[in-house]
Design a protein around this ligand. Sequence first.
Ligand code: KIV
Length: 271
Amino acid sequence: MTINSNPSRVTIKVLEQMKNEGEKISMLTAYDYSFAKIIDEAGIDIILVGDSASNVMAGHETTLPITLDQMIYHASSVIRAVKRALVVVDLPFGTYQADSKEALKSAIRIMKESGAHAVKLEGGHLAKESIERILQAGIPVMGHLGLTPQSIYKFGTYTVRAKDDVEAKTLIDDSKMLEKIGCFSIVLEKIPNVLAKKVALNLKLPIIGIGAGSDVDGQVLVSHDMLGMNKDFSPRFLRRYLDLDSLVSNAVKKYSSDIKSGSFPNKDEQY
Ligand code: KIV
């Protein structure tokens, strides 16, 4: 029997059990009610209201511009649709870096105003104090290491992280620290498979990868990318499950030509 087919609600305890029993965890982003409903009913374990909303919903080049109010709006829409998945919401850039009190206030706003189940934030030792304060308030925290898109202007590129020994050691130390202080899970983004495997093997908490290979406890992708809504984004780690861009485009073209030819609406489609 798999746990996945079973729980009526995915909780942090369920995720822990899944790791212990070797059952992989599925995670996908959602930003609105309609997609969240489909994704939840399809049985995804964790729904992430990612700050990637800044890119795929708002059209910004980076994740930096999205605000706390906007994240709360997306998260509330998702929460209204979800019955089974654990809903995790990203703390956006600028809402937790200044000091730990501000970080806690931001996390509380997300939990209170959206009804989300947990928050995610980027960073290791530099974010430690903020994460500890949020955890002390009883809010579950998911960590995020490796490529952390909110620091894109520090990195300069979206290339694979932690390829050298120094950065790899920092990542290992940070992941151990995140487990020790009480994070319930960590996302590892765009790092070598061997390093991700080492982290997943050495830690008890579930490790979710994106571009981190198959030897971790679960996988996450941005829904717009895996559904093929973004032709211009083709990193090696992305598998497209649909060509939604073409499907929607063809439907819209047909609709438009049906209007122009007078074939829509027909007699059965009017009162
Ligand atoms: O914002 C996001 O979608 C994310 C995932 C890429 C993990 O953080």
